[in-house]
Every structure is written in C-alpha cells, then in structure tokens.
Design a protein. Structure first.
Lengths: 127, 456
C-alpha cells in the first residue's frame, strides 16, 4: 500500500513532513525498478538543494540513479544507516530507508507533488 | 599481408542487400556539396612494393643508438617470454570484452595486473589500466576535483613536463585553476608549495623520482595536504618502487605512473600504459575498469568487471571520467614481466639501475668542463651541466651512435646547457666509458667557456 501520509514526485521520490523538516526517500515502485541497491552517496549536510535538481546518487546492480530534490531547501540530516546498509532502501523504502531531510522548505514547492492515489495512477500510466 | 577483396560482383551484391542501385544512391542522404569530389587515392600497390616502402620508412628509425635517454620512458630489458605470452592469440586477438565475464582469462590477467600495481605502490585499490602516465595524471586531477569539490590543482615543477603539457591540453576547456611551482635545488620547493595550499585546493601533484631523477620524500607535503583536506597525487617510476618507500606508506591519496618500463618496448608514441592506485575510500571516484574477484552461485572463483555504475555508458554525462577502454594487452605484458622477474628480480633490476647510474656519474665527473649535478640523491637518472648547448651536443652524440639524453632547455628555459641522462640495467661499463669518450670528443671541438653558470 502506498502510504497516504506523504507526497510523491514524478521522479519517484517521496516527501514527508516531520516537524519543520521534510524527509525524502524513494518510492516502493522506484526501489523495485532499481533492483538491489548497493551504494548510496549522500549529499553533505548544509548543502543547498533546488527542487527538480539532482542532489545525490544511489547505485543498484542495474544502474546509478540520481535522486532529485522534490522540494528546495537545505540538507539538515542524512541517513547514515542507509550508507552502511543500502538494502534498507529496498526492504523499507518508506521508514528506515529514508535518505535525507531538508529544512527551510517553502510550502509553495509542494503544489505539484502527488498524493498516494495520484502517484499510484501515475505509476500505472507509465507502465 | 592480406588484402580484403572487394570485387565489382561483391559490390553489386552488397548494394542489392542494401536495396540501392548504385554507390551514389547509397550516399544520397549526404548533400552533394559535402561529398568528396574525389578520393585521389593512388593505385593499389603489390605486396612487394608495400614491403619496400615500409622497409624504407623503418630504416629512418635511429634504433641502433646506445640509449641514455629517459625522461619518463626507459630502455629496460624485456625477457622473450613476455612477447611469447602476449602474442598468444587468446590474448592478442581479443579486443575489449563486450561481454566481459565470458573472457575469464583476460579478466584474471587484469585482476593480477591490478594486484601488481597495488603491491608496487602500497595502495589499497587499482584499476585495470589507463592510456599512459600523462593521461593517468589527468584522471587523478579530475578525481581530486570531484572528490573535494574544489577547483585548484597545484603542480610541482618536478612533474614530467610532457605530462604537464598533456594535463593542460586535456583540461583546456575545463575551469580548473592550475598553479605550477618551480623546483628548488632539484626538489619540491616546500616554502612555495605550502604557501600555495589553501581551502580552494583540491590536489597537489608530485612526482618521485622527479623529472630530474631526484628522489624526494614527499611525506611532509602529504601531511600538510591532509591537514587542509587536500589530496596528494604522486606520479612514480614503477621500477624505482622496488627500492624506494612506496607512496602508500607516506599516505599518498592517488598514485599514477607510466608502466612502459615494465615489459613494454620503447616506441614512438606508444602504445604505453598508465596505471593508477588509490584508497578504498576513493574507489568510486576512480576512472576506468576495475576487475574484481568473486565466487559464483556454486562457490567457484570467478572474475567480474565491478563498480561499472561510475562509467559513462551508465552514468552518461555524470560519469567520473570519459575513458572508454584500457590497455589490456600492455597490462598483460606488465603482469608477465613482473611475474617472470618476481619481487627479488625487480629489486635486482632497480639495484642495477641505481648502481650503474652511480658508476656513470663518477665516470662523467672525470670529463673536463662537465659538472654532474649532485645536490640531491637520484635513482637512475641525473643531470649533466655542459659547457655548451645540450641540444647541440646531443646532435653530435647521435652522430657518434648515442641517444645521449634529454636536453632540459626544451622544457626549462634557462637550462639550455643541461642534459638529463638515464642509465638502465642494459648499459654496460664499456658503453658508459664509450659515452664519456664520445662526449669528451664532442666538447673538444667546442671552445670551453671560462666560467660555468648554474641555475638549478
């Protein structure tokens, strides 16, 4: 089930507000398409990220893929556990497999993101 | 020599398969004004004629000279077994493996080569070769810039000037800020290098032994770099690694070098082979192919190309490098050479180079008006100060049957009278003596200048 407590981008990242920070990860559909994830290159804390621009890389057995910032802001926290155990992103993409958190997010950046229902329909339409 | 036949009948058949009636129609998508009006090709030549032409070209080579020329490429002995192994058709005819894991033998050879490079340099990880020493240095600079996110590279004046030239032409259209620091008394100028290090510096490029043949322990520079988050890059002469402290032991971050001296004959323009080694921490920033050893589903040992996700066929414009291939056959030669010699054998080669160079230094000191530069310890290459233009003297030495060395004025203005001389295990006491006598003879025909000027 696609969780309903967060929003999704067309590039298959999710964003979930957690206090004043927005946690970001990749969707279950994304992790399944990538296959076994072998490496995560996290952005440095303090880095300014821009909505729609690549800000970190994850490598799987199939490909190296960019993760695009779904909203603009500054990297506030990164998930070091996911570096040590990249398989967390495969096993639990929505909770333990979060990748980074962004602060100073503008709500206006959220308008074109999709809710769970719209995202599921988007994934179906892409297939 | 075999020619590929292309008869009128075959041409017709090919055109029929393509579904066109003439060669003109085949090229009709190219606008008329962009097509060549004529290829102006001479008529075909017979096998005998081709032989004669090529023999005439080959006779223009000066391959008969007794070689005292180095400058990054050295005349070392190559055991016949290296040629025998490298010319086996299983290796020789195989181009870069597009389905790499099918070629387990080739992958194993590359893996062994990587292991050789790691052992020689004292580093953790190596790739399966780069084009040559100069491009390897360029790749190292790119790595330092990617890894640190900083724009400046400091280049020591003791780095091979040919490599430096390559570095600058490779990066002509990139915004890399290069800062070159001339050597002082033949060694890295600590004061100036330290003063140039700052928070925008990505890497410092050093060479050991440096272009003047001088052995320089760069440990102090490496430490200083690390205190500022700067990567230390060192280009090395692999044969010397058998005697010198390996860069891994002084904390160098990226080691590169030219592998020609390990079983690859001297030739005009190569093919030569670059090598690179680094720490595990920087493995993902390392360009080119890396072969890994693993086990298959049934626990059998096998070799694979690994970390390919960094490469441009997957990461496209975000790849860490645009290198598309490697020097597999040369890498195989390097591995064959090192395997035949073993660590003891390589050490003996290095000792012979060191000792024969020391003997030559002593012999050359006896030549009047020639000064052997001895401000710093050297490996197998050293500088002579002549009482005349070194390039002119070199020309006279060639007439006497010697490739006498590298006239430094070619790359170092003000050093027109300096000659860089290399001595390998192949040089004999007789040849060294004959060189000295020939040089004496050359100098006699020039009036000696009353005073010598020094500027190193």
């Amino acid at each position: 089930m696609t969780p309903t407590d967060r929003l999704f981008s067309k590039t298959h990242e999710w964003v979930k507000f957690d206090g004043d920070k927005a946690a970001v990860g990749i969707s279950d559909h994304a992790q399944e398409s990538l296959g076994d994830i072998t490496f995560v290159e996290l952005p440095p804390v303090g880095k300014k990220v821009v909505k729609g621009k690549a800000c970190c890389v994850i490598e799987s057995v199939k490909a190296a893929s960019d993760i695009y910032a779904p909203v603009s802001g500054e990297i506030a926290e990164v998930n070091r556990e996911a570096v040590a155990k990249p398989e967390l992103i495969n096993q639990d993409p929505y909770e333990k497999g979060w990748i980074f958190k962004i602060k100073d997010v503008s709500k206006s950046d959220m308008v074109d993101l999709m809710d769970a229902g719209a995202y599921d329909a988007f994934v179906d339409s892409e297939a | 020599m075999s020619y590929i036949a292309n008869t009128a009948r075959q041409q017709e058949e090919m055109l029929r398969v393509c579904g066109v009636s003439s060669i003109g129609e085949l090229f009709k998508d190219i606008p008329e004004n962009l097509r060549p009006r004529s290829f102006s090709l001479p008529r075909g030549k017979s096998e005998l004629e081709v032989h004669q032409i090529l023999e005439r070209y080959a006779a223009q080579n000066y391959s008969h000279l007794i070689n005292f020329l180095g400058g990054g490429f050295y005349d070392h002995f190559i055991p016949a077994a290296v040629d025998a192994i490298a010319s086996r058709s299983e290796f020789y005819t195989a181009y870069t493996p597009y389905q790499p894991e099918l070629s387990q033998g080739t992958l194993q050879a590359m893996y062994e080569f990587q292991s050789d490079v790691c052992r020689l340099t004292g580093m953790e990880i190596s790739n399966a070769s780069l084009y040559d020493g100069g491009t390897a240095l360029y790749e190292a600079c790119q790595m330092a810039i990617h890894a640190t996110g900083r724009p400046k590279i400091i280049v020591d004046g003791g780095v091979n000037p040919i490599y430096r030239k390559m570095l600058y032409s490779y990066t002509a259209n990139l915004s890399i800020d290069f800062c070159e620091i001339p050597v002082s008394h033949g060694q890295s100028d600590r004061e100036k290098v330290f003063a140039a290090l700052d928070e925008s510096t990505a890497g410092v490029v050093l060479q050991n032994p440096n272009f003047f043949g001088v052995i320089d322990n760069h440990a102090d520079i490496v430490d200083k770099c690390h205190s500022l988050g700067i990567l230390a890059v060192q280009s090395v002469y692999p044969v010397s690694m058998a005697l010198l402290k390996p860069p891994g032991e002084i904390g160098v971050d990226i080691v590169t070098g030219e592998g020609q001296s390990l079983g690859i004959p001297l030739s005009f323009g190569g093919p030569y082979i670059g090598f690179m080694a680094t720490s595990k921490k920087l493995a993902r920033k390392m360009p080119g192919r890396i072969v890994g050893r693993t086990v298959d589903g049934q626990g059998r040992e096998g070799f694979v190309l690994t970390l390919q996700a960094r490469e441009q066929h997957i990461r496209r414009e975000k790849a860490t490098s645009n290198i598309c291939t490697n020097e597999a056959l040369c890498a195989l030669r390097v591995h064959a050479y090192l395997s035949l010699l073993g660590s003891q054998g390589l050490r003996e080669v290095a000792e012979l180079c060191l000792n024969k160079a020391a003997y030559a230094k002593n012999r050359f000191k006896a030549i009047s008006h020639v000064k052997v530069m001895e401000t710093s310890p050297t490996f197998n290459e050293f500088t002579l100060l002549l009482p005349m233009d070194a390039a002119e003297a070199a020309g006279k030495m060639i007439e006497r049957g010697f490739a006498p060395g590298f006239p430094l004025g070619r790359y170092y203005p003000g050093m027109e009278n300096y000659l860089l001389v290399a001595v390998t295990e192949k040089r004999t006491r007789y040849e060294i003596g004959a060189f000295a006598e020939a040089l004496e003879d050359v100098l006699r025909s020039f009036a000696p200048q009353p005073t010598l000027s020094e500027n190193t």
